[in-house]
Design a protein around this ligand. Structure first.
Ligand code: BG6
Length: 365
């Protein structure tokens, strides 16, 4: 049932081109997206003064990307909360709030409670979930299904990338309704989005062996850092969680610009750094942060777009990602990070698919 792969996690990483394709199927038109399951008029969208995204774990990290996109494209303020925090902080939501809950299983207790609380307060609730007929799918007003197929490994991979697609589709849907972006831009983003599954395939075909060799940087270390700015920072948080979950190496994600406000003290030659540099408008700033960590003798593994002929000078190792627009980069950048965690976990002899102390779905508080 592992289809020739050694672990479910590796199988699911390699299933991403298909999962990404299936989740986009029927939803992309030349210059607009179609979300049949979401039933909002432009008038209703115009009344939202806030979007609140709520989720746990990896799904929360997909929410962080959603915030970046919805604010940037649809110009609606967005809050992202961890569900167990949202529930108990008396969030300020009402009938002018669009709440988006994200859950692979659709059964996570805290996420479900947040959904119920939001409905009680009069908010409109959209769910992004991978399980048809799950509690979250049944109780939300609208559902955007991700079509990743069953995910068995505890560490989420294809669910995450398809959740990001769900967020992209929703962000474009809201943008269309609000008319906040010229049609030509929407057309370009949609055209680029359609090419993402093939590019994911290229990374898997051409990059997996290279990532395997980079895993050696992590075999002996006790701690690692993931740094980036903007959407790269959101991906860094997911990359860091993946490494922690299955390799048991302590890892932290840091907004690159925040390093010098404390964390640099922890960076030594024994702390490998994963530096993400896909956001073109933030590139120069990211490079200056990489120079700061290199000055502490840290080994830096850089991730950037193929067209970048400069970044390799600032890092010890480089991994190139096929080019796409800034906003879609997370869909690709995370794939080599998933592979990296996988190979490190295997090298350390861990139980990759069933990491210690973790469950796939947490249906109790
Ligand atoms: C955790 C899982 O318990 O729940 C994570 O170990 C997952 O992988 C999180 O991201 C949220 O789960 P779900 O099903 O609500 O997306």
């Amino acid at each position: 049932e592992k289809g020739g792969y050694e672990h479910f996690m590796l199988k699911e990483i390699f299933e991403q081109p298909k999962a990404l394709r299936d989740t986009l199927a029927g939803r992309l038109n030349h210059d607009h997206v179609v979300l049949q399951e979401v039933d909002l008029t432009p008038k209703e969208v115009a009344l939202f003064n806030k979007v609140a995204i709520v989720a746990c774990g990896t799904a929360y990290h997909a929410g962080l990307i959603g915030k970046g996109l919805i604010e940037h494209w649809a110009k609606i303020p967005v809050e992202v909360d961890i569900a167990s925090e949202f529930r108990y902080r008396a969030p300020l939501i009402d009938d002018k709030t669009l709440v988006v809950v994200i859950s692979q299983s659709g059964e996570t207790a805290d996420t479900l409670a947040a959904l119920r609380e939001s409905k009680k307060k009069g908010a409109r609730v959209i769910a992004i979930t991978n399980v048809v007929g799950s509690s979250v799918a049944r109780e939300a007003h609208d559902v955007i299904h991700t079509w990743a197929g069953p995910e068995i490994a505890v560490a989420s991979t294809k669910a995450y990338t398809t959740q990001i697609e769900g967020m992209i589709l929703l962000a474009l849907y809201l943008t269309q309704a609000k008319g906040t972006m010229p049609k030509e831009w929407i057309t370009e983003i949609i055209s680029e989005l359609g090419k993402i599954p093939d590019k994911a395939e290229i990374i898997l075909k051409e990059g997996a062996e290279r990532i395997k060799t980079l895993a050696r940087y992590f075999e002996e270390v006790g701690s690692a850092f993931f740094i980036g700015r903007g959407l790269d920072w959101a991906v860094a948080q997911e990359g860091s969680l993946k490494l922690k979950e299955i390799s048991y190496i302590h890892a932290e994600a840091y907004a690159s610009g925040e390093l010098k406000h404390g964390t640099l003290a922890l960076i030594t030659e024994d702390t490998p750094i994963i530096a993400l540099a896909t956001q073109r408008d933030l590139y120069e700033k990211t490079v200056s942060n990489v120079i700061e960590v290199k000055a502490r003798d840290a080994k830096v593994i850089g991730f950037t777009f193929e067209g970048n002929t400069d970044f390799h000078k600032s890092v010890n190792e480089i991994f190139y990602i096929p080019e796409t627009v800034n906003e879609l980069a997370p869909l690709l950048t995370v794939i080599p990070l998933q592979l990296l965690s996988y190979y490190v976990s295997v090298a350390r002899g861990n139980d990759v698919d069933k990491p210690r102390n973790l469950a796939k779905s947490v249906t109790v508080e």
